[in-house]
Design a protein. Sequence first.
Lengths: 115, 114
Amino acid sequence: SQQGEEDPQALSIQEGENATMNCSYKTSINNLQWYRQNSGRGLVHLILIRSNEREKHSGRLRVTLDTSKKSSSLLITASRAADTASYFCATGGNAGGTSYGKLTFGQGTILTVHP
Amino acid sequence: GAGVSQSPSNKVTEKGKDVELRCDPISGHTALYWYRQSLGQGLEFLIYFQGNSAPDKSGLPSDRFSAERTGGSVSTLTIQRTQQEDSAVYLCASSPSVDGNTIYFGEGSWLTVV
């Protein structure tokens, strides 16, 4: 079963707008990661945020983590047509447990950015 | 190579036949993972290797599925007596450390069982 649940399932925006995707999870985590997938093929790692972090930035990406609400959000600013892809959150490990990269993925958000 | 390499990239097989999917991880990566992505189930963990041993194979859906890793490098996922529900993209990933915080995925092998 998928631990992560993402919303929205699909998001359609215009180039230049910001895109926000949300992810919720159920159990305690060591970290939460966001991945991007183009055309149903390989996953590309975007960013990892650890359970003791609240916010992280990477270029046009901003990720927040609220462990009290068991939720995370991914913000893509100034979106481009090339950002069109599916975006997945994934949780790994349990706090205090051994994490070995066994990831539990959400169902993903399909982002379409119109030129 | 620079990334995780998988072959074949696409495979069409007849129901009941066996298939082998190959993964060549990034050189030096000790951890290797197989995941499956299908329309109905999303992305699912199948098996994890640390070196040549598989401490966690809890995600393998049935005894028709097996995997091995040799020389701490290449891994093969074998599906015996394929069924139509095995149709999916099989993704391999590797990471340099046991905690697996940064995991690198291959492009996947798209399996279609007809």
